[in-house]
Design a protein around this ligand. Structure first.
Ligand code: SF4
Length: 348
């Protein structure tokens, strides 16, 4: 791999046509991007797309132009502004991080990857992204998009997720002390606009002449994925009983799968699907149950199809407000989302 030529080609492409994003300083800009804005954008983009996150980003930065302003805000105000952006746990982490920067760092973000990583709620990816983009640190910024670009550029045959360390190593070999912030953003732009998951635009790609996947003619088939082993399938019913804004949760028996954890009440999980009458007969409370669809979930040793039934009613349970559902094991979270539909994200 001709690393310097590849780097030069991608950076030249970025210089000529970088996406204009409100948290960016622009390619080659002497003024670095504001770390607060970079951090905020990265947290928002972890769960949504650029077009969806942009109005939220603009609203947040208008209302709270600095990390100290955000840190001083009441929790409820920030939670309300976050509504529609996904899990509230992220908004809580956002506030915890802002308050740590305000209280422990005088309102100034640490300027190294390690310093950023030590902040509450800041993971390896966000720390690397902020270090590179805001402080031009030589950080290796690798998310799913960069993994895909690396898998294609180097035609990595090892399947995900096992290939992750190798893809990270390959990405790291392309990072140098020369413009690391622009490099990270150039790779992000390439993954978002050209080396897309489906139908990559190889004929418009600035690095196609270096791309092993393109040379082989099967670029889109990378990254390889591990074939899911055939697992037995089980079937069950989850019951979403609501009372005003609250949902009935029950604690599972201490032994067994998800032992001792809170979840939606369910039927047994068995080898054959549940018919409507059986599902209603197994319900934890008598109510006007309505079929809300079904979800699939894969456990280590079996796959589960859960029908979700929803009703308003009463039962002996741990009644939990909807914003508390984010802490449920993912199978129940999926079922709750299915049962609550659009109101899941917007009602707190
Ligand atoms: Fe991706 Fe195609 Fe460019 Fe290779 S040539 S990096 S597969 S867009």
């Amino acid at each position: 791999m001709e690393t310097p030529a590849l780097r030069a080609a991608l950076l030249a492409w970025y210089d000529a046509g970088a996406r204009d994003l409100p948290w960016r300083a622009g390619p080659g800009s002497a003024a670095r991007a504001d770390p607060y804005r970079v951090w905020l954008s990265e947290v928002m983009l972890q769960q949504t797309t650029v077009p969806h996150a942009t109005p939220y980003f603009l609203a947040f930065t208008r209302r709270w132009p600095t990390v100290s302003a955000l840190a001083a805000e009441a929790d409820g105000e920030v939670m309300a502004a976050w509504a529609g952006l996904g899990y509230y746990a992220r908004a809580r982490n956002l506030l915890a991080c802002a308050r740590a920067v305000a209280a422990d760092h005088g309102g100034v973000f640490p300027d190294t990857e390690e310093g950023l990583r030590a902040l509450p709620g800041v993971g390896a990816y966000t720390a690397a992204a902020v270090a590179a983009i805001a402080f031009d640190r030589e950080a290796n910024v690798v998310d799913g998009n960069v993994e895909r670009v690396m898998a294609r550029l180097f035609a990595v045959e090892a399947p995900l997720p096992d290939a992750k360390p190798e893809l990270k190593r390959l990405a790291g070999e392309l990072v140098t002390a020369d413009r690391p912030g622009d490099w990270a953003q150039a790779l992000m732009d390439l993954g978002a606009t050209v080396c897309r998951p489906k139908a990559p635009l190889c004929d418009r790609c600035p690095v196609s002449r270096f791309c092993a996947g393109f040379a082989q003619g099967d670029a889109e088939t990378f990254p390889r994925k591990t074939k899911k082993a055939d697992r037995p399938r089980r079937f069950g019913v989850a019951y979403l009983l609501t009372r005003g804004g609250e949902v009935a949760l029950v604690r599972r028996p201490p032994k067994g799968l998800l032992g001792g954890m809170l979840g939606l009440p369910t039927s047994d999980w068995r080898a054959t699907p549940w018919m409507d009458e059986e599902a209603e007969a197994a319900a934890p409370a008598s109510a006007k149950w309505k079929d809300a669809g079904e979800i699939d979930h894969v456990f280590t040793h079996f796959a589960l199809t859960l029908r979700v039934f929803r009703a308003e009613g009463a039962m002996e349970a741990e009644w939990t407000a909807r914003e508390g559902l984010g802490a449920l094991p993912s199978v129940f979270l999926k079922a709750a989302r299915k049962g609550l539909g659009a109101s899941f994200e917007t009602l707190a």
